[in-house]
Design a protein around this ligand. Structure first.
Ligand code: ASP
Length: 318
């Protein structure tokens, strides 16, 4: 683990991990979409890693990687976000700097093109950590953060998923489509950061806010560990999942693999939840556990080559 004295830090080889959500189902994915998704994940990795390789901070890298995924229509974040019960989009995002424990988050915004950039503005340019709804929109306007008409976020696929969820809701069944995006990075100075962005869960109601923007639930970073989660947010909230994983690493000296396994693949399923996470340690070791069919995920490190995977039987790249 790096010391808190920046002078004493040694140069570390940068690493960046991204995810585009757990809960992807094979029968939902045609070959063209799968190729496009893999390309977007690779672009996000390359873009973030280029910043890290040029000496950029972990915060810069996670923000840049998440913007690429928010702009792509394939993930449940930014363009391509899921629909609420009432047919709107309400977007949540968070970002956290593990070296300083500074954090920013926004919830329930409807017009912000890149929610992660607004979360970053909250962290860097407001005295607060989390802004929601109208207030967050007003702050975005004040800060000149790009805004769009809500229709910008619409996609055919998400509309169909809402109709399916509404039909299943009437029958008392539920279908999970976790497509949240996130990134965790380790920069050359040994600093860790995490960011997560989401449209939440299809068919959500009553201003529901999930785990993604809640610091310690879907997003957390400290000096030892950074995590971004994806899955059934209520369970990540109840287990304070990202904080639980990072504290296991920081205080109990567990490996990121052990810590992530205990929380994501044991504690959350034991309570009835599901999902996955990307977790990165200060030594560059990573874990990408999930307990769904697949999870869009990728890693880039010293070789500068993006390694991307979707299905459980692909192994890697964690
Ligand atoms: N964790 C997100 C939420 O509950 C959903 C997802 O991962 O796609 O809002």
């Amino acid at each position: 683990m790096p010391t808190s004295n920046p002078e004493a830090r040694t140069r570390t080889s940068p690493v960046l991990l991204v995810h585009g959500g757990a809960g992807v189902i094979r029968r939902d994915m045609d070959a063209d979409t799968e190729r496009a998704v893999r390309d977007e994940l690779a672009d996000a990795l390359r873009g973030g890693h280029a910043l890290l390789a040029a000496g950029g901070s972990a915060i810069d890298a996670v923000a840049a990687a998440v913007v690429v995924l928010e702009d792509a229509p394939y993930f449940n974040a930014g363009r391509g976000a899921v629909f609420t019960h009432d047919g709107h989009h309400e977007l949540d995002a968070a970002i956290m700097d593990g070296a300083t424990l500074r954090a920013g988050a926004i919830a329930g915004v409807r017009h912000v093109r890149n929610p992660v950039l607004l979360a970053r503005a909250v962290m860097e340019r407001s005295p607060h950590v989390m802004l929601a709804g109208e207030g967050a929109e007003a702050f975005a306007r004040e800060q000149g953060v790009a805004r769009v008409d809500p229709e910008y976020f619409d996609t055919e696929t998400r509309w169909r998923q809402l109709q399916e969820a509404l039909r299943n809701g009437e029958k008392g069944e539920r279908v999970d489509h976790f497509g949240t995006v996130g990134a965790v990075a380790l920069d050359a100075q040994g600093r860790l950061a995490a960011a997560t962005s989401t449209g939440g869960m299809t068919d959500k109601r009553w201003g529901r806010i999930g785990d993604s923007p809640v610091i310690g639930a879907g997003t957390y970073a400290n000096m030892a560990c950074a995590m971004s989660g994806t899955g059934w947010g209520e369970f990540y909230l109840r287990t304070a999942a990202a904080h639980a994983v990072c504290m296991r690493v920081a205080a109990m000296h567990q490996s990121v693999g052990e810590a992530a396994q205990a929380v994501i693949n044991e504690k959350i399923p034991a309570l009835g939840g599901s999902g996955g996470a990307i977790v990165l340690g200060a030594d560059g070791v990573c874990a990408m556990p999930f307990n769904t069919d697949g999870m869009f995920r990728g890693r880039i490190g010293a070789d500068g080559v993006p390694h991307v995977a979707i299905w459980a039987d692909e192994g890697g790249p964690g």
